[in-house]
Write a protein that binds this ligand. Structure first.
Ligand SMILES: [Zn+2]
Length: 354
């Protein structure tokens, strides 16, 4: 080919790639697990995780395939199956989502840890005793938590452009709403994540550092895994102690919609949180012994270093230990139930960024 023909061919190819292909992708079916949604459609199904060293799992998934092309936003909740407000938020959001109004695709997993939800077991997957937000990318031949993590890593995280992971206070946690912003050191990715977190709208934001080393072969949270693949992320928490307050549920639903609007997947303007309280570090207070826990502060209380935040009695009611705050800061969550054993978390205290 002569040079003008080469240029012409390159130009045609560029036009095809930039204009035609997105429409072709937009018009195509989008499949996650057994849910296949055509353009402008919504579908439900399951991500099937076959039995291995333990029982099989079926993770419910909703695909909302927009009528117009755009990015893929994954919304996940319920890796801790008794953080109910976050699970109900994604159920309601999936019901309300209208593919006709959407540019791009939502992949919604409202409940990752079905056994935890069904059996009312906080923190862990009762099938294998593992935390379902610590083992990404998982492995195909591990225990159920690892196999589920592997399936979600392959079928959801790798397929999405952006990810929001919803949590909240678990059955035994009295929690104040907050979100996390993680630094990866990749400037353009971090600035997108920052804008997403500010669009989400919660006004307490904990700073995380994903540049800290991870032991070889060790699993990580879903957002840390996604961020490692270059996907901007938000983690947000609302809800507490087994209660699903309408305000908590709504704050998570509205946060997801605001991020979708910020990403131009839906029309409408988004105002960002103007003056969030940035929290630079979280101190964890754990119990030094078994006993009965009595909180002395609530979530969002400002505490000074050394201040009493609760106490522990023996089973006869005699006080045996004072829980004190190791730092000055704000109570992000505090134990919500009397049950307590040595090593259990009593509180998370956020240190205010100077
Ligand atoms: Zn959680």
């Amino acid at each position: 080919m002569n040079s003008s023909l080469v240029e012409w061919a390159a130009m045609v190819r560029a036009i095809l790639l930039t204009s035609l292909v997105p429409f072709l992708i937009g018009a195509a079916d989008f499949t996650v697990g057994s849910a296949t949604a055509g353009s402008g459609q919504k579908a439900t199904g399951y991500v099937a995780v076959p039995a291995g060293v333990d029982v099989a799992a079926n993770i419910p998934v909703i695909v909302v395939n927009g009528a117009r092309p755009g990015p893929v936003l994954a919304l996940v909740a319920g890796s801790h199956g008794t953080e109910y407000a976050s699970i109900l938020a994604l159920q309601k959001l999936a019901q309300a989502a209208d593919p006709a109004q959407l540019s791009g695709t939502l992949i919604i997993l409202p409940l990752i840890n079905v056994p935890s939800f069904a059996q009312k077991v906080p923190h862990l997957n009762p099938v294998d005793g593992k935390n379902m937000n610590r083992f990404y990318p998982g492995r195909p031949d591990g225990t159920q938590t690892e196999r589920v993590s592997w399936a979600i890593a392959k079928q959801v995280v790798e397929k999405c452009d952006y990810l929001i992971d919803l949590h909240g206070g678990d059955l035994d946690e009295n929690l104040r709403r907050y979100s996390y912003l993680a630094t990866t050191g990749k400037e353009s990715q971090d600035s997108v994540s920052r804008a997403m977190v500010l669009a989400f709208g919660l006004d307490h934001i904990i700073l995380q550092d994903f540049r800290t080393p991870v032991a070889p072969g060790a699993g990580v949270s879903i957002t840390r895994f996604a961020a490692g693949l270059g996907k901007p992320c938000v983690t947000a928490e609302a809800g507490h102690a087994g209660i699903s307050d309408a305000d908590d549920v709504d704050s998570l639903i509205q946060g997801c919609w605001k991020v979708a609007r910020h990403l131009k997947m839906m029309t409408g303007s988004v105002s960002q949180v103007e003056h969030p309280l940035w929290l630079s570090h979280v101190s964890v207070v754990t119990s030094e012994l078994d006993g009965v826990f009595y909180p002395l502060v609530g979530p969002e209380a400002y505490v000074s270093q050394g201040m009493k935040i609760g106490y522990v009695t023996d089973y006869f009611g005699k006080k045996i230990w004072d829980a004190t705050s190791p730092i000055a800061g704000v109570v992000l969550y505090i134990g919500a139930v009397p049950s307590l054993k040595k090593g259990d978390t009593i509180a998370h205290i956020g240190e205010i960024e100077k």
